[in-house]
Design a protein around this ligand. Structure first.
Ligand code: ARG
Length: 409
């Protein structure tokens, strides 16, 4: 049997790599997909061969991830439960695509991954594999063989595999870093400073604020501080700048797809900044009706991505809507970083629906105030009638209602 294994180089997938050879007699091809996790990929490759991999693939998809997935998340203001910028969720469909490519190329019989049976990633992996390669069986050893951490540690030691005592479960890519486990499982415990790697504590952030401008075209960032850049570079750079000001820490009670509530900590300096800036520009350039409707689309889109339904036709249909309305989201947003906050302090656009002539309180306004009166009467007619009717019933006096009906008719 030939197997393709999604390999991170961590304890789970290293044990699985060996166990699949041992228990299934499989020849295992390992695949590490580089979505921006700060790992030593050379060391991972060496490990893979040391633990018996037949062949190892290292696939750098950072650019593709930024161009096809992160860009769409920005356009959709992608936040699950209004908080989580979807970093891990967003990367899974692309990782699956690469796994399936290798499996097809190598004529593999099965695809394996190291997800537990408790998380979201198994849903994303399994549904992705089923969508792209319905004929390929999935092996999920941690769940199927009920591998526990202790058992894995023992096994690893017995087989001379180096193990590090990791307290936290970390997942990283350019769009964010997630930290779970250890003391964080107590939702009342404040996250210890040691878990953070991308962000400085706001306590120690510089006293001086820092400003950046971000240019958007069709809803996608195209320049930072006036300098045209690839999205990947903008994201990497903003992770740095915003992180130095303590921006992007998220502490969130999250509803997993399998029903569990979990306490999640994220660091996502660029994601927090870009989604905020983008949404601000939308408010300048889109009509109130589009904004109102898009809010529902955005939250549904985020839900689909989070729950592993990337391949669901609804996601593509929502993307079609999003891409259409984003044609108007062009302009520049000015963001101020200071002590843990990213604040939008300015925005401009050729597509701005904001008009100083209309909005100003100065004399020269072109807004005809006299029109407001009739508008207000008609706008609130039903609500005022209903309220008055109720009050009148209470005090058994219909006079007020009669007056009102007369007034608007
Ligand atoms: N809760 C996040 C999500 O479901 C992060 C998951 C991180 N994955 C991990 N294997 N630690 O998207």
């Amino acid at each position: 049997m030939k197997a393709v294994l999604a390999y991170s180089g961590g304890l789970d997938t290293s044990v699985i790599l060996k166990l699949m050879q041992e228990r299934l007699g499989a020849e295992v091809i390992t695949v590490t997909v580089d979505v921006g996790q700060k790992d030593d990929f050379k060391a991972i490759e060496e490990k893979a061969y040391r633990f018996g991999a037949l062949k190892h693939y290292h696939i750098d998809v950072k650019e593709e991830f930024a161009e096809k997935y992160v860009s769409q998340a920005i356009k959709a203001n992608g936040l699950y439960e209004k908080a989580y910028p979807l970093a891990a969720a967003l990367a899974r469909p692309l990782i699956v695509e690469k796994l399936v490519d290798v499996a097809k190329k190598e004529g593999a019989d099965v695809i394996a991954h190291g997800c537990t049976g408790k998380g979201n990633d198994q849903v994303r992996f399994n549904l992705g594999i089923q969508a792209l390669s319905p004929e390929t069986p999935i092996v999920q050893p941690v769940m199927e063989w009920e591998l526990s951490r202790d058992w894995e540690m023992n096994y690893a030691k017995k087989h001379g595999m180096p193990v590090s005592e990791k307290i936290y479960s970390i997942d990283e890519n350019i769009w964010g870093r997630s930290i779970e486990g250890g003391i964080l499982e107590d939702p009342f415990a404040e996250p210890p400073e040691e878990i953070f790697e991308w962000t400085i504590s706001p306590n120690f952030a510089p006293d001086e604020p820092e400003y950046v401008t971000i240019d958007f075209e069709n809803g996608v960032p195209v320049a930072l501080n006036g300098e045209p850049m690839e999205l990947l570079d903008i994201v990497v750079k903003l992770n740095e700048i915003a992180g130095e000001h303590g921006v992007g820490r998220i502490d969130h009670i999250e509803d997993r797809t399998v029903g569990i509530k979990s306490r999640e900590i994220y660091e996502a300096p660029a994601a927090v900044t870009l989604v905020k800036a983008h949404h601000d520009l939308e408010k300048l350039t889109l009509t109130k009706w589009v904004l109102e409707f898009k809010d529902m689309v955005d939250s549904k889109w985020s839900w689909l991505v989070y729950t592993g339904l990337w391949f669901e036709p609804l996601r593509e249909a929502l993307d079609a809507f999003i891409n259409e309305v984003e044609k108007d989201v062009n302009g520049t947003v000015k963001v101020k970083f200071w002590k843990g906050n990213a604040t939008v302090v300015g925005r401009e656009s050729e597509n701005a629906l904001y008009s100083k002539e209309l909005a100003t309180y100065e004399k020269f306004s072109t807004f005809d105030q006299k029109l407001a009166k009739g508008f207000i009467d008609l706008f609130g007619m039903q609500s005022v009638l209903a309220y008055n009717l109720k009050t009148a019933q209470k005090v058994s006096n219909l006079e007020g209602v009669k007056t009102l009906v007369k007034k608007v008719s």
